[in-house]
Design a protein around this ligand. Structure first.
Ligand code: NCD
Length: 305
């Protein structure tokens, strides 16, 4: 039961919670595909508090709440809120919880969503805390793998790009360690997965680590591509050296195992060339679409009647 629970880390959800959520998401998806509107969240308010840029996450949460018949209040930009006058996060959250029934927060600092949940009697959902976690993106990623490959079990998943700062990767790897995956971690030396995550998952799944993508393509069921997280670099010259480290072209895609899929949490910069978009293995736009049924399921289970 997710009722009234905050979701800060993917570890806050049991495998049973995830299974239940996916079955609710299936029925949300069916309604969406039939064009049927729901009003199970009528009279309820979702607040989105975004201290960092977002397109998909904020808009799909808002779309999900509207599709459920609820309302949304939104702080899309910290520059136009009292945060720019020096208000603390604790005070902002104390106020917003009194205006809403559920809060979705994105913040540049790791731990900010956890802190926000301490000052709120209403459930808080972490929509990305710095280089920490992004648990609802992981729900979308897992759901996409299940829908587009048939199952979550025993997949070979190659994760490529910025494994140091990429919060979607962090949550995804915690989750995959429950499903018996083989994981290949591919990144430049300076962007390797942080030790605290590696040490947590290493006993649970098979992991290989390298900077060379080519060797894994023919064994890969799911190629999970990520953006180098420019905004996390203190030294922009370092970013300039690493941008372009990996580029998935149609030629790379053709080397994948038959039936493999390519995912990306988006936005992409140059790590997947546009020629890949029309290949049957390119599932990243479908993945972004699944954000709506997944978030409809999550909102209704946490804050519905
Ligand atoms: C990701 C994020 O914000 O961490 N985007 C998203 O929510 N889909 C990935 C990224 O920004 O690279």
């Amino acid at each position: 039961m997710l009722k009234n629970r905050s979701i800060i880390s993917i570890e806050d959800l049991s495998s049973g919670d995830i299974t239940e959520l996916f079955s609710v998401a299936d029925s949300m998806l069916e309604n969406l595909e039939k064009g049927k509107s729901l009003n199970i969240m009528s009279g309820r308010i979702l607040a989105t508090l975004f201290f960092e840029p977002s397109t998909r996450t904020r808009l799909s949460f808002e779309s999900a709440m509207h599709r459920l018949g609820g309302s949304v209040i939104s702080m899309a930009d910290s520059k136009t809120s009292s945060a720019s006058k020096g208000e603390t996060l604790a005070d902002t959250v104390r106020i917003v919880e009194s205006y809403s029934d559920i809060i979705v927060i994105r913040h540049p600092l790791e731990g900010a969503a956890r802190l926000a949940s301490k000052f709120s009697s209403k459930p808080v959902i972490n929509a990305g805390d710095g280089s920490g976690e992004h648990p609802t993106q992981t729900l979308i990623d897992l759901y996409t793998i299940k829908k587009e490959t048939g199952s979550l079990k025993n997949k070979t998943i190659t994760v490529v790009g910025d494994l140091k700062y990429g919060r979607t990767v962090h949550s995804l790897l915690f989750a995959l360690s429950r499903y018996g995956a083989n994981v290949n971690l591919v990144s430049p030396e300076g962007l390797k997965l942080p030790d605290y995550i590696y040490n947590e998952i290493k006993g649970k799944i098979d992991i290989k680590q390298t900077d060379d993508l080519g060797q894994f393509l023919s064994d890969t069921d799911v190629l999970y591509v990520t953006r180098i997280q420019k905004e996390r670099f203190a030294d922009k010259n370092e970013y300039q050296k690493l941008i372009g480290s990996y580029k998935i072209t149609a030629s790379e895609a053709s080397k994948l195992k038959p039936g493999a899929i390519i995912l990306h949490p988006l936005p992409r910069v140059d790590e997947i060339s546009p020629e890949v978009d029309t290949l049957p293995c390119a599932k990243y736009f479908r993945q972004a679409f699944y954000g709506v049924p997944i978030r409809m399921a999550l909102i209704s289970m946490i804050a519905g009647e």
